[in-house]
Structures are given as structure tokens and as C-alpha cells.
Design a protein around this ligand. Structure first.
Ligand code: ZN
Length: 267
């Protein structure tokens, strides 16, 4: 399934795997002229390639996750596109079999096919944009965000994903996320192009609001931990019981992961 939206010269492709009438966990890729930022899920290959506006000269991957590099292979094959990503993402893009995928990830997004890629430097100039490349850890080590200072655009990959995020992947790090978000919040941003939320406009201070939410959660959790409360207790008190997210991902995403990452180690 694919939906296409336009915003000031940026095309947003929202896509996901159709399971009957249900399309779980959709993701976005963005196109500016002949440049694509991320390529979505392999399960939407036919629709995505059919919807693309013209040829693709360059692909920039924000990180190696399977819902961001899913159509690298198909697009590179069709257009001979160059692919650029963080140096640490090279091994996964070149050989996606090395990406450790859980069953839910294989079912929802699929395993990408191999493609050729080259490492990004501190900036990427395309035909339409001059991107500053901002290395942002916390989601994964090879994540980059792209900032276009003249247009005040931020392509945030999976670093924003809404303000009140109450789950954490087992391999994510809360303090590193906070550090990365502070770097991004210092930029003058008008529009966030988020892989999960799509085009985020009219929220000049969205990143600051997210940081405030995270800092308050962190301070409260640490204080409760200092008073001897267990991770389980803190999780339930601050975030509620685990839900479908925990069940579907078999604990890969959970509220407990978030509190554990704040506190540093289980108590
Ligand atoms: Zn990701």
C-alpha cells in the first residue's frame, strides 16, 4: 500500500505491507527531484516504483534498518542510482543478510536485497539541496539526519517519531537519543520529514517538546529508582502495563526497555 503527498517540492511516500484491510507500521520515504531519502519497505516495491516521480540519481539512507533500505536494490537496478549512507551502515546495505531481524520485522517489512553503497561525508550536495549530515546515535549507531539550512528542513529518519514515545527497542539507548535530539533542537527547523509521522509542519518546537518529555520521564524514573522502586514498578507507574507492541515484537519494543535504559541497569 502506498499514499503520496506533496509538500513544497518534497514528495512523501507513505508505505507498508497490506495484510488484508490492515497495514501495520507504515514508513515514509521522501523524494526531492532526482534524490530519494530512504526507500521504505520491500513489500511495497511494485507500488513504490510505480509511484516514483521520474528517475532516481541518488539515494540517501538515514540508517540501515529494513524499513529504510527495503527498495535500494530495486531502484538501483532500475535507475543505476548511487546510494549514500553512514560508513557504519555500509556492511548492512551491501549484505543485508547481516541485519539481525526478528520474526515481526521479517513479516512486516521483509529482508532487503543487497545493493552497492558509498559512505557519506559531513555534507551531501544534490541537484536541489545542500544537506548537512548530522550523525545521531541512540536509535542505531549508523543513523544520520539531513539538515537543509536554506530551506530549514530536517529529514529525521527515526530520530523524532512523535513527542511522547513510551517504548524503546532493546538495542536503543535513551541517553544517546537525548544527546542526539539536543543537537537537532539547536537547528533552525521549519519542517521535519519524519519516517514515522511524515511531514511535520507548524510544530517549530516539536523537538524541544520531545526533549522536555524525555527529561521529565528520566528525572522521575531516576528519583523512583533512588528510592528503591524496581524497574517493573517504575514502568507500570509511569508508562502503564505492556501492550500489543510488546506482544507483537516479543519484547523487542517495550516500556521496560525504556525504563531500563534510563536507569542504566535493572534493579
Ligand atoms: Zn530505524
Amino acid at each position: 500500500m502506498i499514499r503520496v503527498n506533496h509538500h513544497n517540492g518534497v514528495i512523501a511516500y507513505k508505505m507498508g505491507r497490506s495484510l488484508g484491510p490492515y497495514v501495520p507500521y507504515m514508513t515514509h520515504a521522501f523524494q526531492i527531484g532526482r534524490t530519494l531519502i530512504d526507500t521504505g519497505t520491500r513489500f511495497a516495491e511494485r507500488e513504490f516504483l510505480g509511484a516514483l516521480a521520474g528517475s532516481v540519481k541518488s539515494i540517501i539512507n538515514t540508517h540501515h534498518h529494513e524499513d529504510h533500505i527495503g527498495n535500494n536494490n530495486a531502484i538501483q537496478k532500475k535507475f543505476g542510482s548511487e546510494i549514500i549512507a553512514h560508513p557504519l551502515a555500509m556492511k548492512y546495505i551491501i549484505d543485508p543478510k547481516t541485519i539481525p531481524l526478528k520474526p515481526y520485522q521479517k513479516a512486516v517489512w521483509g529482508r532487503p536485497l543487497p545493493s552497492k553503497a558509498a559512505p557519506a561525508g559531513d555534507s551531501i550536495n544534490t541537484e536541489d539541496c545542500r544537506f548537512q549530515v548530522i550523525h545521531c546515535t541512540g536509535h542505531c549507531d549508523d543513523h544520520i539526519c539531513l539538515y537543509e539550512p536554506d530551506k530549514k528542513w530536517l529529514f529525521s529518519g527515526d530520530m523524532f517519531c512523535g513527542i511522547r514515545n513510551i517504548y524503546l527497542r532493546k538495542d536503543e539507548t535513551f541517553p544517546k537519543q537525548l544527546e542526539s535530539l539536543r543537537k537537532l533542537a539547536a537547528l533552525d527547523i521549519d519542517v521535519i520529514f519524519c519516517a514515522m509521522k511524515g511531514v511535520v509542519t507548524g510544530r517549530k518546537h516539536a523537538l524541544t517538546e520531545k526533549i522536555d518529555f524525555m527529561e521529565k520521564l528520566r528525572d522521575t524514573a531516576i528519583e523512583m529508582n533512588r528510592k528503591g522502586r524496581s524497574v517493573k514498578e517504575i514502568t507500570r507507574r509511569l508508562l502503564g502495563f505492556e501492550d500489543m507492541m510488546w506482544a507483537i515484537t516479543m519484547g523487542h519494543f517495550s516500556k521496560k526497555n525504556l525504563i531500563e535504559s534510563i536507569i542504566g541497569s535493572p534493579v
